[in-house]
Design a protein around this ligand. Sequence first.
Ligand code: ATP
Length: 325
Amino acid sequence: MSSNADIVVKNLTKTYGRFPAVNNISFEVPRGSIVGFLGPNGAGKTTTIRMLTCFLPPTSGTASVAGFDVFSQSMEVRSRIGYLPENAPTYTEMRVQEYLAYRGRLRGISRSTLKQRVESVAEKCWLGERLRWPIGTLSKGYRQRLGIADALLNNPQVLILDEPTVGLDPTQIRETRKMLADLAGQHTVLLSTHILSEVELTCQRVIIIGRGQILAQGTPEELKQESARRNSSGAKLVVEVRGPTQQVKMALGAMPAVENVEVLSDGPVCTLSLSGKLDGALRELIASTVVGRGWALREMRTTGTSLEEFFVQITDPGTAMNQAA
Ligand code: ATP
């Protein structure tokens, strides 16, 4: 993947005193992709990002951004990176347009292209109708967009966003997500977050970090499969049937692939939880049996294999699983 990766991290470590905040991590972010960097509080996300953005020197290991080493070629890295820090600093009195122009000048964007760059990032971040508003009057959602517009000013190859949706309401979160989807392809995006649904909906790949180490990485789908594999004993098939509970239980329990049936709710519609070899063949057999007996199949769903369960499972300090997927 390396030749096609915009971020390459190898055995990167950062210790504070003797405490390893980031402990020998390696990962890559392919060009043009959005990769989620996910972990609970204190996992080491911000420390990693601060090394990638040249704010913090690594204790050991290497990292490169857009092909340049973050330690020895920091000028090249900085000019190719856009960074939205967790708490984007803003000047409440300034108007949006003035602020972006000011930030552009700080970055050394020439007078001749500054106006065009400001207009371009304002358009990309849907700030058009707020250009003349003082920052202090913007909603949190618009301020966050302004932070992203700021990060985009020098048209960076790589965009690093630290918790871009923190504190936003659901509508604002959805809008930010759409905006990020538009930016993908034009930029390589590393999106740090502790919100799982954000990663599942926005990112092509996920890196899960916990206690300074990479716990798993892959596509959301691969991680779900990994979860199902590790957790096959924990996975359950929940079946909802309109039919006589005990007869339904006996019929399903008699299937060779089913090891155990538990009644979750009784009544005209009963809910049963099945464990065993929960594959597609079993689902088909359940469907045909239920219908054949004249009952109605209302729902079949698998539990214990969601990304959320996987995340909790591997980031829980009490769990000893920490091999990469
Ligand atoms: P959050 O989501 O809460 O921001 P995070 O994943 O970004 O968490 P980091 O901020 O990278 O985590 O912190 C990783 C660990 O390093 C934490 O245990 C934190 O307390 C510790 N840490 C961070 N900065 C320092 C520092 N300057 N000195 C000592 N310890 C630090």
